[in-house]
Each structure stands twice: as C-alpha cells, then as structure tokens.
Design a protein around this ligand. Structure first.
Ligand code: LFR
Length: 472
C-alpha cells in the first residue's frame, strides 16, 4: 500500500504556500501545490491581515492537495511568521481581521509596559527581546482598539488549525515569541500577565511541537483523501520550522534564515540572558528539538520588497532576479543603512525613508529615478551583510565559540550577491541550505510525531526525517 501523503501550510508575510508530500517508491517528493500572495492591508489607519482571503486560499490549496493525493492525506500542519494572533467571539468566529505586527499601535503600549517591567527584567524571565512587534504589546493595545481584553485569542497558524477542526492551542515554539512564556517552566508566566494586567484565561493552553490537536472537520473532511486526516501543531513559528528542517549539525555553525526578516544565530542548549546578549539584540526562542534558537532578528527583504512595490506603482516594476543581477554590477561607493532603524520597519514610501536615513547618517541620498533601483538594492544588501557580520561577531564572543561556517536558508539562497557579500564581510564559508526549509521542518515534525505515539517527538527523529526529505 502506498504511504499516505501529508500537507504543510506555511503562512508567509508575502505569500502563503500549501505543499504536498507524497512518496514514490519510498522516495519523498514535495510539491508546492498552491501559493497565494499575502501582505498586510490598511483598514483606515491600521494594518491587518486579510484572514478570510487567506483562509479561502488555503481551502483552495487543500482541495488541490486532495485531488493530487488519492492515496489519502495523513496529516496537515501549519506554521507562520511569529507574534500575530486572532481574537475569537464566544461562538468561535473571528473578531475582525487580526492586526499586523507592524501596526504602530504598540509604540505606546510598549512604553507603558516598559515602565511596569523594565525590558531587561522581562528578557531575563522570558528570554525575549522587547521587540515592539511582540504579542505581549499587541494584547495590551487591544482595548484601545475597542477589542475585549478578555476575548480568547489564538496565534495565526494555530487559528488555521482551529478553524480546520483542532482545539484552540498555542504551540510551544510559537508561544515563546509572545514575550509571555517563562523560560524556566516553558509555560505562560503568570506574574507577567498579572503585572501587565493581561487575562491569563484568554490565552490558549501551550502544547509541544508535534502534538496532534484534532481531526480535520467541516466540508473538506468529506473529500475521500481527507477521511482520516489529523491536524498537527508543528513548530508553528516558521523560523523554528526552518531550523528543524536543517539536516546537518549546527554545533559550530551559525544559521542565517533570510526572508522578510533575517534571523542570524545558532542553537544553544541553555538560554543566554546576559546583559551582553540583551545589548547585542539576541532572543532566546523555543526550538522544535528541545534546545533554544539564539538569534538576532534583523529587518531584511521587507525593505527591498517595499521599495519594489512603490516602484511598481510608478510603472518601474522589477523582477527580483534582475535587480539582484544589476545590483551586483553597481560599482559606486554606497552608503550604509542601519537596518535596525525603526523607520525602515514601517510600510509605504520606503525609497524616501531610505534616503532620509542615508542623509541622517551622513551619506548622499540616491536619486529615486528610473535606472537607480539597483543602487537602492545594493545599499540594502551591503547594509545587511554588515549587520550579519556584526551579529555573528557578537555571537562568537557571547558563546565563546568559534564559528566555522554559516548555513543560509530561505529566499536569500537565490541571491548570489548577498551570499558573496556575507562571505566577504564575515570571512566564513556559506553552506547553502534549502530555500523552503520551513516546509521541510514542518513535514519532519509531522513525520516524527506520527511515530511518537503521543509522546514528545525525538530530536533525532526530526533530524533523520529532515535528512530524508532533503535528499528526496
Ligand atoms: C520570520 C519571523 C521571525 C519573527 C518575525 C516576526 O518569518 O517569524 O522569526 O521574528 O517573523 O514575526
């Protein structure tokens, strides 16, 4: 009998993918069966995710998967970017489109929270840097937007699972990015909820990566391929899934997972919450395999994507491959941006934001006219590679570990220029990993869960499945 298929759903800030794993003569084959564009949308002055459009697109993808896999689909698992969540009405329906983390409402709530719990204290308790985007500051901002602070919430990928028939849960790796999980217990930190006057009852129970959280229900469940489909919480945080998808040992290697954000760091067995780690901008987040992701969260391709969107509106559309190629040929002396500048995290008018930043830092502005787009791109890549090198230098110092290489994942794999600049600035060789490592990690956790008989998944099993899927 043919081995059952499995579905991995990866929600991305720029596009969402439905991927299908099938087995042919014992060999895995993974196909992106459906892709839907995504991006935050403006409702008046605020930024949201179009949840109904996303869900409808995923349903289309799941129907395609059912058609393509007559052998049946054993499980579905969902991961996404971190920190955003959906609030639910008593009947389980969504209380409006969820906010996007870039919405500026958290500027005020973060300041208020910092007065109650100093950021370094919160860091020592939760391992999480006080990034404005974190769930904790968003939950605090809900009442001002007229949202009931007692309304139950659920993070985005767990919401998709919930809507497909699962119970409402918060998966551990993803929960750690909220800023509300106690590093010592791996559970919600009741003191932080209390000090910030947040409702602990509104938070979902935390479950381990690889937990079976229900069976597919509703109209899709009537399709033959979905008659026995389990819903699994993978590492619901996409970065944790991406790292779970790396088949090689990371003990002396750093990872750079590069997409909308770049995550630059390595795996550690214990959290590191020293002053130096805090000052260098390193977070400690849960990994699917029991250890910790210790990395810096760096604003990344968002900046270029925003520029490209703004040029496209003016009839200056570029393909990413073309702009990268021309950026590689720019021989100008170029300014360097501070990639952590708050203004570069916001949306709209990115070329102007870049120019204001360049001038603030003492460099010349770039004329925002047709033909100069690759200069903007080159400026972004140069600045990113400098930021990567700084992050890795402080990593070596903090861990007192010599790094021997970098494992690079995600979209940047296609960007030879960024790879070259990063090698030059860091002096480290780069091993190019999978572009879709998140999907591999999502599936590896599903496969490890399927043989764990309800027990915690074994790190070795996840790595073994990742190896198997990468070779497929
Ligand atoms: C990457 C990512 C990062 C997280 C950022 C915001 O997609 O999940 O890990 O810090 O998005 O949620």
């Amino acid at each position: 009998m043919q081995e059952s298929a499995r579905v991995a759903i990866d929600l991305g800030a720029e596009s969402c993918r439905v991927s299908l794993l099938r087995w042919k003569s014992g060999k895995p084959s993974i196909e992106v069966i459906h892709r839907i564009p995504n991006g935050p949308v403006h409702h008046g002055n605020s930024l949201h995710w179009p949840i109904e459009t996303i869900f409808a697109g995923l349903e289309d993808g799941l129907r395609k998967a059912a058609e393509a896999a007559p052998e049946g689909i054993a499980s579905i698992a969902v991961d996404s970017w971190g920190v955003d969540y959906v609030r639910l009405a008593p009947d389980g329906r969504v209380l409006g489109d969820p906010f996007c983390y870039r919405d500026q409402r958290t500027v005020a709530t973060k300041e208020a929270a910092d007065r109650v719990i100093p950021p370094f204290d919160l860091y020592q308790r939760t391992g999480v840097l006080p990034l404005r985007i974190n769930t904790v500051y968003q939950l605090l901002a809900d009442p001002a937007a007229g949202i009931d602070a007692e309304a139950p919430w659920v993070m985005m990928p767990e919401y998709i699972l919930y809507r497909l028939g699962a119970r409402r849960v918060s998966e551990y790796t993803h929960a750690t990015h909220t800023g509300l999980v106690d590093l010592k217990t791996g559970n919600w930190c009741p003191e932080v909820f209390k000090q910030l006057n947040l409702s602990l009852e509104a938070a979902p129970p935390i479950v381990r990566s690889g937990s079976v959280v229900g069976r597919l229900q509703g109209p899709l469940a009537s399709l033959a391929a979905f008659s026995k489909t389990e819903l699994i919480a993978p590492a619901c945080h996409d970065t944790a899934s991406a790292i779970a998808g790396i088949p090689t040992d990371l003990s002396s290697t750093a990872y750079i997972s590069s997409g909308t954000w770049s995550l630059v760091g390595t795996l550690t067995t214990m959290p590191v919450t020293t002053r130096a780690a805090f000052d260098s901008g390193y977070v400690n987040l849960g990994a699917a395999t029991g250890d910790m992701l210790f990395h810096s969260v760096i604003n990344s391709m968002w900046v270029l994507k925003q520029c490209m969107d703004s040029w496209a509106v003016q009839g200056r559309a570029w393909k990413i491959e073309d702009i990268v190629q021309q950026a590689a040929e720019c021989n100008l002396s170029i300014g360097l941006l501070d990639m952590d500048a708050e203004t570069l995290m916001l949306d709209t008018d990115m070329p102007q934001r870049i120019n204001r930043e360049l001038v603030r830092l003492g460099f010349d502005a770039i004329d925002d006219v047709a033909g100069n787009e690759p200069i903007f791109a080159r400026t972004i890549f140069e600045s990113l590679s400098v930021r990567y090198a700084a992050a890795l230098a402080s990593l070596e110092k903090m861990l007192d570990r010599k790094l021997t290489g970098i494992h690079m994942l995600g979209g940047a794999n296609r960007n030879k220029l960024l790879v070259r600049l990063t090698e030059e600035r860091t002096g480290l060789p780069i091993e190019i990993g999978q572009t879709e490592s998140t999907t591999i990690g999502n599936l590896a956790v599903q496969l490890a869960a399927s043989e764990s008989e309800g027990q915690p998944i074994k790190p070795e099993a996840v790595r073994q499945w990742a190896r198997c899927l990468c070779q497929g």
